[in-house]
Design a binder for this molecule. Structure first.
Ligand code: SF4
Length: 360
């Protein structure tokens, strides 16, 4: 996880050093001298369905006081790219002009449900070779208020109109566990009952395999669900495409998952990006099933044919091989879903979020 010693962990880009209003709990608002009910002020800040004209409805006295003690700027949505499948990729601009991307994915079910794929960093330091974000390097961590602001700004414009209709996956730009301290404060804010009130089971944090971060997150409350971007079945192959594996190999990663210990109803999600000629053989399927071992009853394994992009020569396997690979895993007792990434036509799927023109 990032500490103050990391080069990208720069100070908050907040106005004149003021904390972001979106990073404060009711008790922080009270400690700063909130002239009215701190809980009610928090509620008005964190429930975008009560906002008017894109801003929380605050009494004049509270607004004046808040503007003096906190930064009320929200990330601005500066680009919207709708996809044919209903997803919308958004570019959001932060206070220092840097941009992040997020994807809004409505689900086709009877009750309105929306999944947001959100970012935790500007860029990413992990350098996975198949990933467009990895190719831009790391610029900085998002602050807790920026993580919240990203979600609230999206809700205010695109919905859903209630917290219980929202699911969040931290699978956008960045390695979330490299920014664990800020991420976890944001998760606590997202779960606050006077705000969005998200259940911890509706937040998934996806990691490339940063074992130190997994071990730390396992001990924190509220503890979100964990997804792991696996993508290879031998250390040699995984180290080739995911440099993190050179520090924490597959065996060490497996140990960290055992130590996590899924609770009742919790499942790990494994993402396996299928790359033609790299990780799509029957031997790979057998090794993958072996590696999962006794986690087989507590996992969902998502096979994602590679989203090809300009920055890489890697290609997706053809449909026959994708189905074959899924079949080999199912025959070994794995719970497999072949996932067509939402937003493929707008380069908004996993490993495709990059904003090269806004590297600042
Ligand atoms: S796959 Fe995730 S961890 Fe790897 S470079 Fe891309 S954003 Fe970073």
């Amino acid at each position: 996880m990032a500490t103050g010693a990391m080069p990208w962990d720069r100070p908050a880009p907040e106005r004149e050093g003021l904390p972001s209003a979106w990073s404060l709990f009711p008790e922080d608002l009270a400690a700063l001298g909130c002239p009215g009910s701190a809980l009610e002020t928090f509620r008005r800040l964190h429930r975008p369905w009560t906002w008017e004209a894109g801003a929380p409805v605050l009494g004049p006295a509270i607004r004046r006081w808040l503007e003096g003690v906190a930064d009320l700027a929200l990330p601005g949505i500066v680009e919207r790219q709708p996809s044919e499948d209903g997803a919308t990729k958004l570019a959001l601009q932060l206070a220092d002009g840097k941009r992040i991307e997020a994807v809004h994915m409505p689900r086709r079910v009877r009750n309105p449900r929306v999944t947001y794929c959100v970012s935790s960093q500007v860029g990413c330091a992990m350098g996975c070779t198949f990933c467009a974000t990895g190719s831009m390097g790391i610029l900085r961590n998002l602050q807790p208020g920026e993580i919240l602001g990203q979600v609230l700004a999206m809700m205010a414009v695109l919905g859903p109109t209630r917290g219980h209709e929202l699911t969040l996956v931290f699978m956008g730009m960045g390695e979330p566990l490299h920014n664990l301290e800020h991420l976890h404060r944001a998760i606590r804010l997202l779960c606050h009952p006077a705000g969005l009130g998200l259940g911890k089971g509706r937040i998934t944090v996806s990691t490339s395999g940063l074992v130190s971060g997994i071990e730390k997150l396992a001990t924190l409350e509220p503890r979100p669900l964990l997804a792991l971007s696996l993508n290879a079945t031998s250390d040699e192959a995984r180290s080739r495409t995911m440099p993190v594996n050179r520090v924490w190999n597959l065996a060490r990663l497996r140990q960290a998952l055992d130590a996590w210990g899924p609770r009742r109803g919790e499942k790990f999600t494994f993402e396996y990006v299928l790359i033609a000629g790299e990780n799509d053989t029957e031997d790979d399927a057998a090794r993958l099933a072996d590696w999962l071992g006794d986690l087989r009853s507590a996992h969902n394994l998502n096979l994602i044919p590679l989203n090809e992009h300009e920055a890489s020569a890697l290609r997706a396997p053809d449909e026959t091989r994708v189905q074959q690979f899924a079949g080999w895993l199912k025959a070994r007792g794995c719970f497999v879903t072949v996932r067509r990434s939402r937003g493929r036509d707008i380069q908004g799927a996993c490993g495709q979020l990059v904003k090269p023109v806004a590297r600042g």
